[in-house]
Design a protein around this ligand. Structure first.
Ligand SMILES: Cc1cc2nc3c(=O)[nH]c(=O)nc-3n(C[C@H](O)[C@H](O)[C@H](O)COP(=O)(O)OP(=O)(O)OC[C@H]3O[C@@H](n4cnc5c(N)ncnc54)[C@H](O)[C@@H]3O)c2cc1C
Length: 418
């Protein structure tokens, strides 16, 4: 089949790769001059099944409410004139019961763990040379650390849910944390201990996505960058073409993978996708000869700051903000995350040379992505990957390829496929 993939973030590119592997002719359409230029550019790069907890938890309503009145929260909920914010928030609140949070977290963990296995297949594939897919991978695990014993105990109790689903965890006291990453030595007294997920990993998602797109192109796939999608053409219960600034592109099947823009396009053909942008911020900082860069990824669970080591750089991310589709930022947005990182790793990077970025997580109320088809028989959804879309992209791409082939995916997808 000739399959048109709409969107060139990590979800679109991994989908194009898996479809091509199945023998399809693929054409990927991306509006930017290169792939992975939006949310897939500046994220924390964590491949983190150990971070699969959904945001729609019983604690979330109170956190949202408090954020209306308090400044400097990791979460910034703001009232706005956008009715879609309220429709989305209502659906999000309905997911916040203990039962639903548990169910959604387990579904998400299953997808994340499967996705990591698919990623390992991709990077280990015999027909892919290591240097063709270099993305500053660090497979030493991720440290989820807490600043008080009480928070650590609560974190461990929480983590038992993922452990019951196969997640490997190790509880470390502060000395063991520092032994694992001596770069945290300065912060020893600030850390009560950590949950180390030794199988979690990190890597630069944009480097990966661009390298994988180059592989797809080399194998005969078309990666049409600089091609803005303006609409879908339909006839009866099928899509017949994608209207772009450079004409209409036709295929036998279509995959919608446009991140936060998916909802708007789907709406034009009568498909309601509750995907709302939740903004996050990141800093990319060169190590620049500093003597004690982080040895592995970490999450400061108290401040909700995530730090990854990408070769000779570190990536720091924080904040979940409701700001519509606005991606603007000012230096003050980064002051807190920079201070936290600098306190933790004072000799970890050249903090004066930090590059600032903001992007939009394509969040769904359940925190699970959309797969499968609705009333248009040849339009497949693979979108809404929220806060761990780099983690879930590889498995999601494989599942999408399986659905298109009419094959049963390798993991149960009940509760995932529309
Ligand atoms: C601060 C932050 C930290 C994060 N940290 C992590 C992490 O550590 N681990 C993790 O797993 N995930 C993380 N995420 C989430 C992850 O980045 C996203 O889930 C993922 O990048 C979504 O990928 P995507 O391909 O769906 O979206 P995108 O990367 O946004 O791709 C969608 C593509 O569609 C294109 N497009 C849109 N409209 C059109 C159009 N009209 N025509 C043509 N093309 C169009 C866009 O240009 C874009 O390239 C983080 C996100 C943020 C914001």
């Amino acid at each position: 089949m000739r399959i048109i993939v709409l969107g060139g973030g990590v979800v679109g590119v991994t989908t194009a790769y898996q479809l091509q592997k199945d023998g399809h002719e693929v054409v990927l359409l991306e509006k930017n001059p290169q792939v992975a230029d939006e949310t897939s550019w500046g994220n924390a790069g964590m491949i983190a099944p150990g971070h699969s907890f959904v945001w729609s938890s019983p604690k979330a309503p109170m956190i949202l409410l408090k954020s209306l009145f308090l400044k400097d929260q990791a979460l910034r909920f703001r009232l706005s004139a956008d009715p879609r914010l309220y429709a989305w928030s209502w659906r999000f609140l309905l997911e916040c019961t203990a039962d639903k949070a548990k169910r959604n977290t387990l579904l998400k963990h299953r997808l994340a763990a499967y996705s990591q296995a698919v990623l390992r297949e991709v990077i280990g594939a015999e027909d892919i040379a290591r240097e063709d897919l270099a993305y500053d991978r660090n497979d030493r695990g991720i440290l989820y650390f807490h600043r008080s014993q009480q928070a650590l105990d609560a974190g461990i109790a929480n983590m038992r849910l993922l452990e019951s689903d196969g997640q490997l965890i190790k509880v470390l006291d502060r000395d063991e944390v520092v032994a694992l990453d001596p770069a945290l030595g300065h912060a020893r007294e600030k850390i009560a201990g950590a949950i180390w997920c030794p199988t979690d990993e990190t890597g630069d998602p944009a480097k990966f996505t661009r390298a994988l797109a180059a592989i797809v192109a080399r194998r005969g796939g078309e990666i049409r960058t600089g091609t803005a999608i303006v609409g879908l053409e339909t006839s009866g219960d099928a899509v017949t073409g994608v209207r772009t600034g450079a004409g209409t592109v036709k295929g036998d099947a279509y995959v919608l993978a446009m991140g936060t823009a998916s909802a708007g396009l789907a709406r034009t053909v009568g498909i309601a996708l509750p995907i709302y942008p939740i903004k996050g911020y990141s800093l990319t900082i060169p190590i620049g000869g500093q003597p004690r860069p982080p040895a592995l990824g970490s999450v400061d669970e108290h401040n909700l700051v995530a730090i990854s080591r990408f070769g000779d750089r570190i990536r720091v991310t924080a904040t979940a903000e409701f700001a519509g589709y606005d991606k603007s930022h000012t230096p003050s947005d980064f002051a807190f995350m920079k201070r936290v990182t600098q306190e933790l790793y004072p000799e970890g990077a050249d903090y004066g040379r930090a590059e600032m970025w903001a992007g939009l997580r394509p969040m769904t109320p359940t925190n699970l992505p959309f797969f499968g088809r609705r009333h248009l028989g040849n339009l497949y959804l693979n979108t809404g990957h929220g806060h761990i879309g780099w983690t879930m992209s590889h498995g999601s791409a494989r599942i999408t390829a399986d659905l298109i082939a009419g094959r049963a995916p390798a993991i149960p997808v009940d509760g995932l496929v529309a």
